[in-house]
Design a protein around this ligand. Structure first.
Ligand code: ADP
Ligand code: ZN
Ligand code: ZN
Length: 733
């Protein structure tokens, strides 16, 4: 007999599925989308089971309105992975499904290709080639792309052409746009362009053979210094996979910063490559998703969320820069894309390679205990040299806009030699605080437990926590004095300072304020490459996945904050930043130099990075983590709560603590810390508290949370505060 009731997961914040009647003319499938009435709305949900009975009387059940798919939306292993994610990260199933779908499918659109924007060259555009494009390098690059036929819009963006450039060219009448169905392409016989292959060195060959020798699941840490040929290893691993007609998924931290890497994959292989990033519009995203599902794409390269792309036949997963913090989602489904990728590979029974020059301590530990295979590339490929590094003790030195005299002197030397210099400072704005020179009053955000940052360019003070901003204050609210001074240095001030120090060189600042406009990051990176700017200032945005061969001096302006941070991961992040920037500068003929300004040159972390290496640091840090019972030796869950009332927030978490401690599985291997005020104890008018649960094993964490969560939801205060569970948090603020 045919089932009469469908259980449906809906995008509502409730940990349950809902029962609906199946009208006799509809045929829902498990894993397919249905459209159902919910209150007054119509929602799109995913069928999780087809059954004959319900806990509710059948006549109370509403009927399904429409079935949107005749097939499950995801292949079975991916569907199961999403269920696992929902359970592991304690996030409602319906919301988890919803997040994993392209938004057009979430809205109930058909799961088939939609027409896509394409760019064509016009006749007057062709004429222009004869006249040339002068100094308009970006325009010339865009025109060359369309010269030989229409190019889909997303492809132009991937090639580094900004939307602005396209608009300019369209306004000039040199290119035009059309909307058409993407052409379905078949993979050619010759999958690889092998003339581009370098001869592998021994370590690369061993790494590749190790992965290829095992069939089925295996997790490999590819630990190799920057420039040691990791990407070359990835390319070699893809070859046999594509030959078998299987596909590859490559995760990267940020697409905007990796155009060169993407180009290498495209140039090496003659299969379609889809690139999934936040710049895609809904149609482009759906088409990329379908292209992977229907096996048009051979390779998908994408950021965190590309992890949930369905594949007809996935053969390998690569996670590049696996240590990068951006793999962890910081809200809603707080998943770690690297960790879930390992689970995905396990469910798909395929190999996964985690690559990094600075592996996360968790990953190193997994390799050391034998859970992951350990592969290493110890030498730079080709003949590039490692950068040299040095600490500048700035105790007692006069700092001009954050710069010490020895650093300025070094900069001058490198700049005069015709090289570029890059400075890192992880603080946006002009200065992190505005203070009264007479009485010491500091201008504080009323809604947060934080100081206002002074932005000189816009003559505003802004709170970086709640986003509030107002015109800069002119008078002290304590004593009425008008002598307000800025304290500390942000990127904006550093930029001003450099323009004064080095008027003969051009300075470029790259941070969230200066790259707000879409496409502006790409054009900024391009102008660094062309050498238009000689001095580059960046927050750690600039440290990701990019190689700047003409940068021969890198300066870390202020690292003291990371040496004495309350976040136990701060030292790991600093070590990674240091090694990454050192590895990205210079080349064989121009070795790089890294200078680090600190008041604490004797600090053990700095000493171990300078005189030993990342691995020495990592071993020391792992020992410390073990003693302190911190990850990876225990597993953490951070329970955050916030409300307008300080008392109720704290009491709620106290009750949560009791609930957890009363759990039958809670024993001496478990510990709860708190409630304690969050590091930022007030934000946007809400008081913030937190509770940290520390348990020896993941499975016990899971079992305790699975049954404690419903009990927490029943606490009367649970409805009065906003609270969330962050499983294996990366950020404790
Ligand atoms: P990583 O991904 O570890 O930073 P890449 O794969 O990008 O390193 O390699 C760095 C540079 O060395 C690239 O220009 C690459 O083409 C080159 N390279 C890689 N492997 C070899 C090799 N075996 N022989 C010569 N050059 C190589
Ligand atoms: Zn604020
Ligand atoms: Zn004052």
């Amino acid at each position: 007999m045919r089932p009469t009731i469908a259980q449906v997961a809906l995008p509502v914040p409730l940990d349950k599925c809902f029962d609906y009647q199946i009208p006799n003319y509809l045929y829902p499938v498990v894993g397919g989308r249905v459209s159902v009435p919910f209150g007054r709305q119509t929602l799109t949900g995913i069928v999780t089971a087809l059954v004959d009975t319900s806990d509710l009387p059948v006549e109370q059940l509403k009927p399904i309105k429409a079935c949107l798919d005749q097939q499950p939306v995801w292949p079975t292993p991916l569907y199961q992975l999403l269920i696992w994610c929902s359970q592991f990260y304690q996030y409602p199933l319906g919301d988890t499904f919803s997040l994993a779908l392209p938004s057009l499918l979430r809205k109930g659109k058909a799961a088939s290709f939609a027409s896509m924007k394409q760019w064509h060259i016009t006749d007057s555009g062709k004429d222009q080639f004869a006249a040339g494009f002068g100094r308009a390098h970006l325009q010339a690059q865009a025109m060359r792309l369309v010269e030989n036929g229409p190019v889909p819009h997303p492809l132009m963006i991937e090639e580094g052409v900004s939307s602005n450039t396209l608009k300019t060219l369209q306004d000039k009448g040199w290119i035009s746009v059309s909307h058409s169905q993407p052409v379905t392409s078949r993979w050619p016989k010759d999958i690889e362009n092998s003339d581009l292959k370098p001869k592998l060195n021994e370590e690369q060959a061993i790494a590749i053979a190790t992965v290829n020798n095992v069939s089925g699941f295996g997790c490999y840490l590819l630990d190799g210094v920057t420039g040691s040929g990791k990407t070359e290893v990835y390319l070699n691993l893809l070859k046999p996979v594509l030959d078998k007609g299987q596909q590859a998924l490559i995760l990267v931290p940020e697409i905007g910063l990796t155009p060169q890497t993407i180009q290498r994959f495209k140039r090496r292989f003659n299969v379609p490559v889809e690139v999934i990033h936040s710049g895609l519009n809904d149609t482009e995203r759906l088409n990329a998703w379908l292209s992977a599902r229907d096996k048009q794409a051979g390779i998908v390269i994408g950021t965190r969320s590309a992890l949930f792309t369905p594949f007809a036949s996935l053969g390998i997963i690569i996670v590049d820069e696996e240590h990068d913090a951006s793999y962890k989602q910081q809200d809603t489904l707080r998943y770690h894309a690297r960790d879930v990728a390992v689970m995905r590979a396990h469910k798909d029974n395929i190999p996964i390679v985690l690559g990094s020059a600075t592996p996360a301590l968790e990953t190193l530990h997994n390799a050391q205990v034998g859970k992951y295979h350990y592969l290493t590339l110890s030498k730079r490929a080709g003949n590039a040299q490692a950068a040299s590094h040095k600490v500048l003790d700035i105790k007692g030195l006069y700092l001009e806009g954050g710069l010490s005299a020895p650093l300025i002197a070094q900069m001058r030397r490198h700049l005069n030699d015709g090289n570029q210099v890059m400075l890192f400072l992880n603080r946006r704005g002009f200065s992190p605080a505005l203070m009264c020179h007479e009485c010491g009053w500091i201008c504080e955000c009323k809604r947060c437990d934080a100081y206002y940052t002074f932005h000189q360019g816009s003559q505003e003070i802004r709170c970086h926590h709640c986003g509030s901003q107002r015109p800069v204050v002119r008078q002290c609210e304590g004593c009425g004095s008008t002598q307000l001074v800025s304290v500390g240095v942000g990127t904006e001030q550093l930029e001003k300072q450099l323009e004064m120090q080095f008027p003969e060189f051009k300075t470029l600042r790259i941070d969230r304020d200066s790259t707000r406009r879409k496409g502006s990051l790409e054009s900024a990176l391009e102008s660094i490459r062309t050498g238009e700017y000689q001095i580059l200032i960046g927050t750690q945005m600039l440290a990701k996945g990019h190689h700047f061969p003409n940068v021969t001096l890198v300066g870390l302006i202020d690292v003291d904050g990371s040496l004495y941070s309350s976040d136990f991961r701060a030292s790991e992040r600093l070590a990674q930043l240091f090694i990454q920037v050192a590895g990205r500068s210079g080349r064989a003929s121009k070795p790089g130099e890294v200078l680090l300004q600190t008041h604490h040159p004797e600090h053990a972390l700095l000493q171990s990075l300078l005189h030993k290496d990342y691995h020495h640091f990592a071993q020391t840090a792992l020992k410390e983590r073990k003693m302190a019972l911190l990850p990876p030796f225990t597993h953490l869950t951070l329970i955050r709560a916030e409300a307008t009332q300080n008392d109720s927030t704290e009491s709620f978490l106290r009750q949560v603590r009791h609930t957890l401690e009363a759990h039958p599985l809670f024993d001496e291997t478990c510990m709860v810390l708190g409630p304690m005020p969050a590091p930022l104890s007030k934000r946007a008018g809400k008081y913030r508290w937190q509770l940290l649960l520390q348990i020896e094993t993941r499975s016990k964490m899971q079992r305790i949370l699975a049954s404690a969560k419903p009990a927490i939801q029943l606490l009367p205060l649970a409805k009065k505060v906003r609270w969330s569970l962050d499983i294996e948090p990366q950020d404790l603020s």
